[in-house]
Structures are given as C-alpha cells and as structure tokens.
Design a protein around this ligand. Sequence first.
Ligand code: PMT
Length: 397
Amino acid sequence: MKLILGIGGGIAAYKSAELARILMQNGHEVQAVMTSAAQKFVQPLTFAALTGRRVLTDLFALEAAIEHISVAQENQLLAIAPATADLLAKFAHGLADDFLTTLYLAFTGPVVLAPAMNVNMWQHPATQSNLAALRARGHCIVAPESGYLACGMTGPGRLADPQAIAQAIEQALSTSRDLEGETILITAGPTQEPLDPVRFISNRSSGKMGYALAEAAIARGARVILVSGPVHLEPPRGADLIPVRTATEMRDKVFESLGPTTIVVKAAAVADFHLSRVPDQKVKKTAARLSLELDPTPDILAELGRKKGDRLLIGFAAETQNLQAEARRKLESKNCDMIVANLVGTAGSGFDSDQNEAILVLRSGDSISLPRAPKREIADRIFDQIPKLRLALQTAK
Ligand code: PMT
C-alpha cells in the first residue's frame, strides 16, 4: 500500500529511519515528508535512500504548489513519527504553515500518530487536551514508552518501538477501507414532536453518537446516508445528509432511502409519543392545568426489522436500568442483528457527551463490553463487528 511517513523535529527522528525500513520491508510504498525541524536532526537523504523516493520538505518549492493535495489523495494512510508537541497542537487546531501540516488537513484517510517529547511536555494539559481532540477525531495514537529521555529526565515520552508503530500502521491499514462497497443508513439526533406551532416535545440527544458513526463509516470507505434530527453539528464531509424533524418524517425518509442500503444503524433518539393532531395556533394559557393525550410514534426500528431482507440492522437501546436484559429484549422483538446498549442518565456518557460506554448485544448470545471512550472510537468498535454479523446472518439462512 501507499503511505506517508511524516517526520517531526525531535531527537527520536533517527528512529523513524528504522520505521521507514520496516514499512518498506512490509511491502509498502513510503513517501517521507519532513518538517524543517526534523531536517536539523536527520538529513532527508537518509529517508530518500531508504524509501527510494524524493523526500518532501518544502511547501513553497515551485513544484510543490499543489503537491500536498495530490500526495494526500494518492496515499492510503498518514503516519507521523515522531509527532512532536508542536505538531499535535497544529493538527488539533488545524494550523497549516508547512508541507506536513497542510498535507494533514488535506488528508482524509486513517492517521497514526506516534508522539515523542519531554515528560513534562507530554503531561502538560495542553498536550493532553490536543491528544484527546485527535483521538476523538478517530486517529490512532501509539503511546510513547516510559524510560530515560534525551533531556535527562525519566518518564513517558520516548518514541514507541518502531516495530510497535509499524504494527499499529498495519492494523489501521487492515481496517481502513473495510466498509468499501457498503451503503450505510445512519439515523442520528433527537426528533421534535410539535405541540403547537411554537412548542415541541424532544430529548437531550445531541447527535454526536450518530455523527461519529457517520464519520467512522466514511473513513472506512462506506457511502453514508445520514437521516438526522435537529442538531447543532457540522455534517461529516461526504455524508448524504437528510434533515428531518419528527419521528414520522424520519420514518418516511428512512424508508425512501432504504433501497441501496446494506447496513442500517439506528442511533437516533426517536420520540416514542407525539400529538397526532397538532393545533394550528399557539395554545393559550387559559386553564390552570393542561392535559396532553399522546399517541405512539411509528416504531421505525421494528418496521425495519420486518422489512430488513439481507441488510444488517443495528439498533441502539438507551436505558437507565436492566441494560443487558432490555437490550436483548429489543434485539429479539425488533429482529436486529446487534443492539448497542448504553446507559443514559449517568454523567460523562450517553446523551450529549463526547464519550460513551456500551455493551454490544449480539444474536449469537455474546455480549461485548466497550469501556468509556470517545464516541468516534466507540463507532469504530461497532463497525469492527460487521464481518461477524454478516457471517452470522448468512449461516442463519
Ligand atoms: O445523540 P447523543 O447525544 O450522542 O446521544 C447518543 C444516544 C444516547 C442518543 C445514543 O447512543 C442512543 O442510545 N440512541 C438510541 C436512543 C433511543 O431512542 O433508545 P430507545 O431504547 O428508546 O430505542 C431503541 C431503538 O429503537 C433505537 O435504535 C431507536 O432509534 C429506535 N426507535 C425508537 C423509537 C421509535 N419510535 N422508533 C425507533 O426506531
């Protein structure tokens, strides 16, 4: 495969030469890119000799005018070793002032970052918050090792072993395009059920889980149709966004779009009840008490379960208690292939959090615990199950 090895300016830059050698030995075509600081530690000639290619160093060289775009498009993975504190900060905040940082912004495939720096720089809250942002973006971070550092201090900060970085790169490459050819319909966010022209019933879903799923699926090569309730999020680049408001609208759009889909993931928090006849005018405060009689909304997941055919159907269960038992009941009653069960109402996961923790409940009777992690990482762990789910569906036929 074709991949980019970015080298940042740190004492560990020399170890990247060994990484380049391993990657070449593994049969990859490696394009080395060095920052100007990296060139103070190692000569580009070292990487040119190891990779058999010109090393890219200068954004402003005449021939490099749009090269960062073509290099971004031609390669399947971007690895950075060593990733310095400065590079992590620039990546986290989208600063692009040289070839490598510009390339990072133009690159849409998987990213593996192997940081190396002084222990205090590594532990600084600024670096840790930049890392959290990059992890949430779905990048793989190969944690530095603990030990004696070039600065004379001891602690975490030493570049991971080149073999371990190469292994992380192989792992990222093997999952990187595994959803190519799939068309995945994902529902996200809340629905809003009007009570009159100005009021509605809704819930606390932010859409973050569904949008993280969409991002992960696109990164892994799938076409994504994102049917989304009202949220305040930027739609993931490349998703076909279908905005909806109510459960009934979501139901209609899901079934209109179902034709080409091979996988459906229902992360939306659909309101269970609505007012079936909404008044045309704002309800006046005339009485001391107002009672609402609500009717059930269409159960989209249950209807999908009846009409799923060969598709994989992944539902969610948002529960405040009896998580596994409720999830298994939903799995059976709605004919799903898997339920992602998450506890809601606890701080730091579920609704409106950047993180989630879940139990994947499968038809085989297995359940898999996903410890608390950024929603983007949870999304990847959910999609990791696809081959197993497909095999189970085929053998059940
Ligand atoms: O959006 P975030 O802030 O990131 O929060 C994420 C989340 C907590 C909303 C998400 O992880 C989640 O749990 N989504 C499902 C919420 C939900 O409605 O759960 P439920 O147990 O009430 O419903 C079970 C399943 O049936 C869900 O897949 C739901 O989409 C579906 N459903 C529910 C009602 C209905 N009328 N039609 C449906 O299709």
